[in-house]
Design a protein around this ligand. Structure first.
Ligand code: OGA
Ligand code: NI
Length: 369
């Protein structure tokens, strides 16, 4: 039997009602900041944060790999080099920054501006989208982590499920409708190129990852991290791994994203025009640990806002896609490389991830054989 102390019940109760109040306001964190808030509501105070967690990385000279994708489609020598660099980055880091990726700098800038416009418009214009209903394709809300007894993060997010079927244009907020469609088309094309390069880096047929559906679903999250009055008490995004196959992340120049590498937190320094590419848990699972999905987080800051757009290639939770089984790719297995994971479908995978919450241990361990 689990015994819950009165204190825990009391604090859970507080948290829940504080969160409900934030949800009821439908104005997100930005609404709190605009109202002149000087102290963090308790629900944002992460009791488990300690000075070590918030410290700067001990070695600020280490950077995640930067890979120049220029020439990958028309220069076979260059393509082979890039595949080697990608293999190395995916084995050791699970993260890299891509430059010359083919998406125009103006498109990236306009996407950041569009997400900023959405979050900075009148609260009334965002209100109707405020929701936690995951069956909706377009929602706006403040991030909550269920696993930390309802802890909130210092971040508002607009989520749009853009593939396999984009929402009807009228469902997308007018503040960023056009650029959302344009940017997403570009990210889809880049994703297809990346899945080819990843397939080749694994020694598979270039179309392998695409053929098993890795590029079918695209969830786009436009994050807005307002300046925080007490950044040391909370987090912008807690420690987590991404769940899908691959994430393409566009960040502005504020910084704050950190990746765990060899037990050290490494800053992902903003590079103008670059995109951050990282692998999700399901890619680690299907590659049988050849490629890794690693922990990352975003620190809260007392300056802001910081804007980032995370585009997740992950299966759309719909009956026909959701029941597809994913396990270690047979071609990657041998007597020396037996399967490390059991097969799962995305419904079960995300169900488990949700129970576990965002922060803490990766859900992958649950699917280990
Ligand atoms: C995410 C994420 C990082 C960022 O959305 O999963 O890690 O910089 N975002 O916002
Ligand atoms: Ni992430």
């Amino acid at each position: 039997m689990v015994v819950t102390s009165a204190a825990t019940v009391e604090s859970n109760y507080d948290r829940e009602s504080e969160l409900m109040a934030i949800d009821r306001s439908k104005a997100g964190i930005k609404g709190l900041v605009d109202a002149g808030l000087a102290k963090l509501p308790r629900v944002f105070v992460h009791d488990h944060l300690n000075p070590e967690v918030k410290s700067r990385p001990p070695n600020a000279n280490i950077e995640i790999p930067v890979i120049d994708l220029g020439g990958v489609t028309n220069d076979s020598t260059r393509r082979a080099e890039v595949i080697n660099e990608i293999r190395n980055a995916c084995q050791k880091w699970g993260f890299f920054q891509a430059v010359n990726h083919g998406i125009a700098a103006t498109t990236l800038e306009e996407m950041i501006s569009g997400i900023r416009r959405f979050h900075e418009q009148e609260p009334e214009a965002k209100e109707e989208l405020y929701s936690r209903d995951e069956s909706k394709k377009v929602t706006f809300n403040t991030k909550i982590d269920m696993s930390q007894a309802l802890t909130a993060y210092w971040r508002d997010t607009l989520t749009c499920v853009m593939a396999p079927q984009p929402p009807a244009p009228g469902e997308l907020p007018s503040a960023c409708r056009e650029i959302m469609l344009n940017y997403t088309n570009n990210v889809m094309n880049l994703g297809l190129t990346l899945f080819q390069l990843l397939s080749e880096a694994l020694g598979l047929n270039p179309d392998h990852l695409k053929e098993i559906g890795c590029a079918e679903g695209l969830y786009v999250m436009g994050h807005y991290y307002p300046a925080c009055p007490e950044p040391e008490l909370t987090m912008g995004t807690g420690i987590h791994t991404d769940s899908g196959f691959l994430t393409v992340l566009l960040q502005d120049q504020m910084g704050g994203l950190q990746v765990l590498h060899d037990n050290q937190w490494i800053d992902v320094t903003p590079i103008p025009g670059a995109l951050i590419i990282n692998l999700g848990d399901l890619l680690q699972l299907i590659t049988n640990d050849k490629f890794i999905s690693v922990y990352h987080r975003v620190l809260a800051k007392n300056i802001g806002p910081r804007i980032s757009i995370a585009s997740f290639f992950r299966t759309y939770i719909q009956p026909e896609n959701a029941l597809r089984m994913y396990g270690p790719i047979k071609e990657l297995l041998s007597e020396e490389n037996p399967p490390l994971y059991k097969e799962t479908n995305v419904v079960d995978y995300f169900k488990f991830k949700h129970v576990k919450g965002v922060e803490g241990t990766s859900a992958l361990a649950h699917f280990k054989l």
